[in-house]
Ligand binder design. Sequence first.
Ligand code: BG6
Ligand code: MG
Length: 213
Amino acid sequence: MEHIKTIIFDLDGVICTTDEQHYQGWQALADRLGIPFDRTANNRFRGVSRMACMDILEEMGGKCYSEQEKTDYATWKNEYYRNLLGQMSPSDLSREVKDTLDELRRRGYLLTIGSSSKNAKFILQRLGLEDYFDAISDGTNIVNSKPDPEVFLKAADFASTPYEQCLVVEDAISGVEAAHAAGMLAATVGDAAEKGCGDFVMDSFSSLLKILP
Ligand code: BG6
Ligand code: MG
């Protein structure tokens, strides 16, 4: 792993546990629309854009909404989610994640974000990390969300790092697919790791310190 120069971190479910607030938002919308939904169903939403999640929810419920209805429902979910994000503070950043990031920085890696979320900068601000990362690629600078590689290719471009010298850290299977499509290796935690998906399946975030020199 001596060739790795830049680490690209997914945000929701990797740096922080906002995958839980996403779930609560989609569960609330599904309840409102009378669509059966649970945490297992929510795993399909990891890494994919807000409107792609809305399309999946429509399909799960066997519904046929107009584009305007889908936009309105996704906006309703986002407002519900943003209310939950508003309750976050720097104390929601785990010691393990912060200590691991600091140690990786000390070892000389460039640390970047590669997230499908349009709320990424707001979340980083809530966590007190708004100025921490060397580059941020998120839902505001991409056309195609994971499993398309665009968000990771842009993160590498922003950090001026060749793609093969980047390591992606992900909790989503769609994110591992995106990393591979970008020609990058993926280390996993959370849902993807539980399913054995990824080049380095980790039992905790701090395991990065064992993978990387
Ligand atoms: C990803 C999440 O980080 O961001 C997805 O894993 C989410 O579940 C996507 O749908 C888009 O998020 P947002 O904040 O733009 O609605
Ligand atoms: Mg994620």
